[in-house]
Design a binder for this molecule. Structure first.
Ligand SMILES: Cc1cc2nc3c(=O)[nH]c(=O)nc-3n(C[C@H](O)[C@H](O)[C@H](O)COP(=O)(O)OP(=O)(O)OC[C@H]3O[C@@H](n4cnc5c(N)ncnc54)[C@H](O)[C@@H]3O)c2cc1C
Length: 463
């Protein structure tokens, strides 16, 4: 893993993929072992019901669209009657509703029926939300976070509430972040030691970890005037970085849609370049592999790390990207070429290329590979081993609710896994929830493939 060490041979195939028989063998073996630890759906009846609901939603485009619109309005509903009316209105637009939904729509013709249906629908939305959201406040979330830690799982807290519209909202979000940092930092002191979760070759990994969204730190983040948004967000991010350094916490800056990417990355790298932050806090950025220009962006980040040696090193969280539909629609509307890959295998291949590049760039960066795709995750672990690095030098990350099985399997096999845990109320959580549902029910998503019982060999095949 040090830079002088030659990388293991990976041959380029005609389609741009790489092949290395030893790497592929290790991926298949690891993937098989991790998959073997997944619980069977039958042992988790609630999960099985969720999986059936997801399957129903993914098999019908119109139904999916109607349900997404419905989930979006639920927090604004004033009564259960209101919930039911919205549900039936949305489902009315579906040309052929599946049988259970048709039955639901029939009972909605009476007031009592609507109240019953509304209660069931609100319960359903709340049930799904609780799968993804760990608590309404950081304090309420602490018991889940400490239970995770006790089971060998680290966490990153994300305070829900995106796309701030006023300065007062941005101030409130910054204030909530500062309070959450203080609350987390105080709570984690009493947690038992977990060496795998709190140390790597470059030093200590903070137990308290907060993920932050720049769009919530300023209402002025606009692609056509990036300097203004950056300046306004810096005013609120700087004190958070100071607070994190003082409380030995980690701050991770999430990446959002492409129109804010440059401002977000510039803002973070500029702030971290200040002498005040040369020795902390521990901080990180996100790289989105679905973007065609992500390899160049990674080189930009690596050039920054060469010019700014800091302790601890910058962490790079590699993801595929959560705004795929948005980026495509936006590009089509504007007549621009798509900035994202449109073929899933190309995105997955790029993810693997970036994984290798990142792992080879250590110790200049700390690497976190965030994915629920067993192939992508197994590839990262296998390549790390092929480089001769211990498992402690790679972090794997999953989202609460989507990656629970993988999280448990990774922890059971002794890997460092961190779960991204949203905290907040349902209203603020809706944008988050809809994005997760969209990903979950997209036909090409790994999780949908897995739910369709695609053979393991296919799931683990090179993209
Ligand atoms: C801990 C954690 C933190 C995260 N933080 C962020 C963040 O800050 N910013 C962010 O944007 N996302 C973030 N994500 C979400 C992430 O980007 C992915 O959306 C999500 O993890 C699904 O990808 P996957 O590898 O798990 O699953 P997979 O099923 O393997 O991949 C699904 C992803 O592939 C891409 N895709 C889908 N269809 C196509 C297609 N036809 N062509 C090309 N590409 C396609 C999309 O990016 C989609 O999300 C985070 C995820 C995790 C686990």
């Amino acid at each position: 893993m040090d830079r002088a060490q030659p990388s293991p041979p990976v041959e380029k195939r005609v389609d741009g993929a790489v092949s290395n028989p030893e790497l592929e063998r290790e991926i298949k073996q690891l993937g098989g072992e991790l998959h073997g630890s997944f619980p069977s759906a039958l042992r988790h009846p609630v999960r099985a019901v969720d999986a059936r609901a997801m399957e129903m939603a993914s098999s019908d485009r119109e139904l999916r669209a109607a349900l997404f619109r419905f989930v979006d309005v639920v927090p604004a509903c004033r009564s259960l009657d209101d919930v039911a009316r919205h549900l039936t209105d949305f489902l009315d637009e579906v040309p052929e509703a599946p049988p259970p939904l048709e039955a639901a729509m029939r009972i909605a013709h009476t007031k009592a029926g609507r109240a019953a249906l509304g209660a069931a629908a609100a319960r359903g939305v709340r049930h799904i939300a609780h799968r993804f959201i760990v608590g309404e406040t950081p304090r309420a979330a602490l018991s889940v976070l400490s239970q995770l830690w006790n089971r060998g799982i680290a966490s990153s807290v994300d305070l829900l509430g995106e796309a701030t519209v006023t300065a007062a909202e941005a101030d409130r979000y910054a204030h909530r972040c500062a309070a959450a940092l203080a609350e987390l930092a105080a709570a984690v002191r009493g947690w038992p030691e977990r060496p795998m979760l709190e140390r790597d070759a470059t030093g200590t990994l903070p137990r308290a970890n907060l993920s932050v969204k720049v769009s919530a730190l300023t209402p002025l983040l606009r692609a056509d005037a990036p300097a203004l948004g950056k300046q306004d967000a810096a005013r609120r991010l700087r004190p958070l970085l100071v607070g994190a350094r003082e409380q030995r916490a980690h701050i991770h800056i999430d990446m959002e849609s492409l129109d804010s990417r440059e401002a977000v990355l510039d803002l973070v790298l500029e702030l971290l370049s200040e002498p005040e932050f040369a020795e902390g806090p521990s901080a990180g950025v996100v790289l989105q592999a679905y973007l065609r220009d992500s390899p160049q962006q990674l080189e930009q980040i690596l050039a920054w790390t060469r010019a700014h040696t800091r302790t601890p090193p910058l962490q790079v969280r590699l993801v595929k990207g959560a705004y795929w539909d948005h980026e495509l629609v936006q590009a089509r509307q504007q007549g621009w070429p798509a900035p994202v890959f449109e073929v899933k295998a190309e995105c997955d291949r790029n993810f693997e290329t970036l994984t290798r590049r990142l792992l080879e760039a250590r110790p200049a960066v700390r690497v976190a590979v965030a994915s629920h795709n067993l192939r992508s995750v197994s590839h990262a672990i296998a390549y790390n081993r092929l480089l001769g690095a211990p498992d402690t030098e790679l972090e794997l990350q999953v989202l609460r609710g989507l990656g629970d099985e993988l999280q448990d399997a990774l922890a059971q096999h002794g890997f460092r896994v961190r779960t991204y845990c949203p905290v907040g109320d349902l209203v603020a959580g809706m944008a988050y929830l809809v994005r997760r549902l969209l990903e979950n029910t997209s036909n090409e998503a790994f999780i949908s493939e897995q739910a369709r019982n695609t053979p393991l060999e296919t799931l683990l095949a090179a993209p």
